[in-house]
Write a protein that binds this ligand. Structure first.
Ligand code: ZN
Length: 441
């Protein structure tokens, strides 16, 4: 039987060997940052850190955190790259921009080796899904300065797959390619997968029967780690769908393997994860906290203790696949930046998606937070399947209100729109509107 691991020596490494390896890489990274990055030299000085004292991963707690805001401020103050850059510009091969929801995007630079690390760890994830060099792959992300398209394309090519470039193509052109070429693997955001499925259904195309897709992978949004969303994608494509969480500034850092146990493995030889509670203390197995990464491979912008603002839960069970890499339970569970407070209760949009998606008659949805007569309220707008009768719509609304009330612990109002009334998303979705903070226009 062919191996299920691309790099068994790394993926099944003993804890002692992995820790030794990580500690050595950490020492090199800290020394490199202290010697070549003015940004980190200042941070070490301000925190009173002597780089030589950082010897193992157990010493990480002595280092200050790095935040995205800090990096952005640094680039604004010293345009265009900031002085976190720790190699001469001539050594830099690639620039990517983070997809900023507000303000200026962050420009992230990589050397040739940095870039290889990014796409090679990504390739290890694709291999874990079951992608092989005999596959033909379509990475249906947008062509531009965002890392999604490039990393997916290079990762598939790294495995020796035949890669079909579709970055600049329209959805109709992509659909034609899926029907006419033996494309077996598709990568895209989960929103785009659902968009493609709806688009195909309208044209009378059955993606499960009329294409050869057997594996899909999804990044940019957490959808494929939400069971009901994943199930919907798998049904539409007749394929197995996998979640690939990643961060431009760190790595395509995790993957769910073909054992499909609901665990997300971490490429901890590339990026060292810490999971910290609200007082910044490490949580144990089973504990939840903010994920903080230290890059162990990137030389151009060597981020140390980078706060991801993603909430994860450390697994307290082993994956049946036999990998020893650290794993999280169910991917990124929440993003701190998405957190909303309604009548004193914390609400994450991902939780609402978990509650809405199991209702098969929901084609699309939108979440609105607003203040009415001095009280905060949540409105969930539902774009129903066109086949629903008026009576069925009323029943759907009642069932959804009940799911939301028990699932969130507070009442939400459900509004059913006309079919097709809500926007569809061909990249990352923007399903949340907070009218309490948005400036009216
Ligand atoms: Zn596994």
């Amino acid at each position: 039987m062919a191996s299920r691991y691309l790099e068994p020596e790394i993926e099944r490494r003993s804890r002692a060997v992995m820790t030794r390896w990580q500690s050595q890489r950490l020492r090199e990274q800290v020394r490199h940052a202290a010697a070549h990055s003015p940004f980190y030299r200042r941070k070490f000085k301000a925190a009173g850190v002597r780089p030589a004292l950082i010897r193992t991963t157990a010493d990480l707690g002595r280092l200050p955190f790095t935040t995205k805001d800090e990096l952005k401020e640094n680039q604004a103050a010293k345009p265009p790259w900031g002085d976190v850059l720790a190699v001469p510009l001539a050594e830099v091969l690639r620039v990517h921009l983070t997809s900023a929801t507000t303000g200026r995007p962050l420009a992230f630079l990589d050397t040739r080796e940095d870039w290889h690390g990014f796409y090679h760890s990504y390739a290890r994830s694709l291999y874990a899904y079951g992608v092989r060099k005999t596959d033909m792959v379509m990475a249906a992300f947008s062509y531009g300065p965002w890392i999604g398209y490039w990393s997916g394309f290079y990762a598939a090519q790294d495995l020796g797959c035949l890669v079909f470039p579709v970055g600049g193509l329209s959805t109709d052109q992509r659909m034609d390619a899926l029907l006419n070429y033996p494309i077996t693997v598709l990568g895209c955001t989960p929103s785009y997968a659902l968009f493609l499925a709806e688009h195909a259904a309208k044209k009378g195309i059955d993606l499960a029967k009329d294409t050869k897709i057997r594996i899909t992978w999804h990044t940019g949004e957490p959808g494929a780690s939400i069971p009901a969303t994943k199930a919907r994608i798998e049904a539409a494509f007749g394929a197995r769908a996998y979640d690939l969480p990643g961060l431009t500034e760190i790595a395509a850092w995790g993957f769910e393997c073909d054992a499909r146990a609901g665990l997300t493995h971490v490429h901890e030889d590339y990026c060292y994860p810490e999971v910290l509670d609200e007082q910044d203390r490490p949580v144990g197995p089973g504990g939840r906290g903010e994920l903080v990464f230290t890059s162990l491979y990137r030389r151009a912008m060597p981020l140390l203790r980078y706060r991801t603002r993603d909430i994860v839960q450390v697994a307290d069970r082993r994956c049946p696949c036999g990998r020893t890499l650290i794993a999280f339970e169910g991917g990124v569970l929440a993003r701190l930046d998405d957190m909303k407070k309604v009548r004193g209760i914390i609400v994450y949009p991902r939780r609402i998606e978990e509650l809405v998606r199991p209702h098969a008659a929901v084609d699309e949805f939108q979440i609105v937070f607003r203040r009415h007569a001095g009280l905060d309220e949540i409105v969930v707008r539902i774009d129903p399947s066109p086949s629903l009768s008026l009576a069925e719509r009323t029943g759907l609304r009642a069932r959804l209100e009940e799911s939301l009330r028990t699932g969130l612990g507070l009442r939400a109002t459900v509004e059913i729109t006309e079919p097709g009334a809500l926007p569809r998303w061909d990249h990352k979705a923007k399903r949340v509107r907070d009218e309490r903070t948005e400036v009216p226009f």
